[in-house]
Design a protein around this ligand. Structure first.
Ligand code: NAP
Ligand code: 8YV
Length: 316
């Protein structure tokens, strides 16, 4: 029966998850090693389990320095920073935390959509700066109505479907784009991403990251979205050509954007920070007490399932 003797933790995790891991396993944190490379070269062969996160990941080189690893448990659903192929080839069990974060990521997509359309963050800055008190009346101006507007969803997986369901409460017609149509859903599949962008008022991006979706949203898609259209990205920064987005926003080729993710996190292009028609979040779509706790529990359950020989609860 598989068991776990020595567990390597790659980056920082929730303090409560770190404690729970220490309670159950002999844990070594890679971030505590003065030289991670030298540490892996010297001690890598002693670890049979790895815990990491979607944000920090595990490089193929790091995995190569861990020849005895049998299981990887990742905090998060994104696989773009994980050595999925190498793990598969070595027969390593790879656990992640799908589904438990669908609600919060969908909620955040709508928070961004509403915030950018109704100019919520901008209006808050307006009040705090004293402009309302000084100018009075209707001095702030108008936003864009959300209820009844057309929603285009790029990626209709677990989270994309949750976002599409949220839209019914706003009476929004929904269409989506994926490589393959999804069976049994009530929304129309649009095989052309540019056609979806041209049709919708709000384009929400929630595909997987990685090479298959790199710069899927480029200048052509933004052009199709048009000067009345808004972009929301809760997927990965890599899915959007960030320079093309900056250009489209600066030149008002699109109306605005709500962004939780960026190409080079935690760095956000300065050009975006100066724009009022953009709402910027520090990659917090899943960041609630409830959801992060559920993700932590799934990390533990995946490890426990592996160690008990019953298998991972969520295997990638
Ligand atoms: P999922 O169920 O695997 O869904 C992924 C969707 O992306 C599928 O509908 C897939 O459809 C579509 N897709 C993949 N490649 C595509 C392409 N080239 N063109 C068009 N569509 C494509 O994943 P999920 O659980 O919904 O999560 C989606 C992603 O959200 C994660 O991978 C992660 O990167 C991101 N995420 C972000 C946060 C955050 O904090 N901002 C939190 C959680 C997740 P086809 O394969 O048919 O094309
Ligand atoms: C997390 C995420 O914020 O699950 C994912 O893929 O992007 C987010 O839920 C984070 O990356 C966890 O490490």
């Amino acid at each position: 029966m598989p068991t776990i003797h020595h567990l390597l933790q790659i980056g920082k995790l929730l303090p409560s998850l770190e404690q729970a891991l220490r309670d159950r396993y002999a844990v070594q944190r890679l971030i505590d090693a003065p030289d991670a490379h030298a540490f892996l070269a010297e001690r890598g062969a002693t670890f049979d389990a790895v815990v990491t996160s979607a944000a920090v990941g595990l490089s193929a080189d790091q995995l190569e320095a861990l020849p005895a690893v049998q299981v990887i448990s990742s905090f998060g659903v994104g696989l773009d920073k994980l050595p999925v192929q190498a793990a598969r080839e070595r027969g390593i069990a790879l656990g992640y935390t799908p589904d438990v974060l669908n609600d919060c990521v969908a909620d955040t997509a709508f928070a961004l959509l509403l915030a950018v359309a109704r100019r919520v963050a901008e209006a808050d800055r307006f009040v705090r700066a004293g402009h309302w008190a000084r100018l009075g009346g209707n001095s702030f101006g108008l936003g864009r109505k959300v209820s009844g507007a057309r929603l285009g969803v790029v990626g209709l997986g677990r989270i994309g479907q949750t976002i599409a369901r949220r839209a019914s409460g706003f009476d929004m017609p929904v269409r989506y784009h994926t490589r393959r149509p999804v069976a049994g859903v009530p929304w129309a599949h649009e095989p052309s991403l540019a056609a979806l962008a041209a049709w919708c008022d709000f384009l929400v991006v929630i595909t997987a990251g990685g090479p298959a979706t790199h710069h899927l949203i480029g200048a052509d898609v933004l052009q199709a979205l048009g000067p009345q259209g808004f972009l929301v990205n809760v997927a990965r920064g890599s899915v959007v050509d960030e320079q093309a987005l900056v250009d489209a926003l600066v030149l008002q080729r699109i109306a605005g954007a709500g962004l939780d993710v960026f190409a080079n996190e935690p760095h956000v292009p300065e050009a975006l920070q100066g724009l009022d028609n953009v709402v910027l979040l520090p990659h917090i779509a899943s960041a609630t007490h409830e959801t992060r706790q559920a993700m932590a529990q799934r990390v533990l359950d995946n490890l426990a399932g592996f160690a008990a020989g019953t298998g991972l609860v969520s295997a990638a």
